[in-house]
Design a protein around this ligand. Structure first.
Ligand code: C5P
Ligand code: MG
Length: 186
């Protein structure tokens, strides 16, 4: 099983992707976590990514595609995965299609989780008090929501045209939302 999770920051994408990966015994690949790990190691990728992440902007498509091409070619991806936070733009989605073609793989479903803006801002500001993430401050949160609407939301139509889209309401208890996703996949 190969899944993509898309949704605005704070919607619970990561939380839900983890639950679903556990259920299906597949790998959870969070590009945000991978980038933060690169930053903590002060690698070249980390150095290049940090200035974009701290401003709430997207890291350039080429960097993400090169990084994910290498990652998806690793052996542990053979049995399936959830992509959490990638692709985030149309060029990333097109690049991913090429990567998967070369691997003779395809995506089974795209889970799009959404919730209203006020709820998201509240959740992110709360998360910022505990997460220690440099991009969970209110200015950067607003910028990230803006980037989502402009650059990532067009993926909803992109995947809907490919008949892969599962739209999930992100309001409610964590377990309720997990159940909605599982129902949509069965
Ligand atoms: O997915 P997550 O919210 O953890 O990502 C945090 C930040 O990492 C994003 O706001 C963005 O700056 C960067 N990112 C990116 N492109 C991706 C995934 C994450 O630029 N595909
Ligand atoms: Mg995340």
């Amino acid at each position: 099983m190969r899944l993509i999770f898309i949704g605005p920051p704070g919607v619970g994408k990561g939380t839900q992707a983890k639950q679903i990966c556990d259920q299906f015994g597949i790998l959870h690949l969070s590009t945000g976590d991978i980038l933060r790990e690169e930053i903590s190691q002060n690698s070249l990728i980390g150095q290049a990514a940090k200035r974009f992440i701290d401003k709430g902007e997207l890291v350039p498509d080429k960097l993400l595609l090169d990084m994910m091409s290498i990652r998806l070619n690793q052996k542990d991806c053979k049995n399936g995965y959830c992509l959490d936070g990638f692709p985030r733009t149309i060029p990333q989605a097109e690049g991913l299609e090429l990567i998967l073609q070369n691997l003779q793989q395809s995506i089974d479903a795209v889970i799009s989780i959404d919730a209203d803006e006020k709820e998201l801002i509240q959740r992110l500001v709360l998360r910022g008090q505990n997460s220690g993430r440099t991009d969970d401050t209110s200015d950067v949160v607003k910028q990230r929501l803006d980037v989502y609407r402009k650059q990532t939301a067009p993926l909803i139509e992109f995947y809907s045209k490919r008949n892969l889209l599962h739209s999930i309401d992100g309001l409610g208890e964590i377990s309720e939302i997990t159940q909605r996703i599982l129902n949509s996949l069965s």
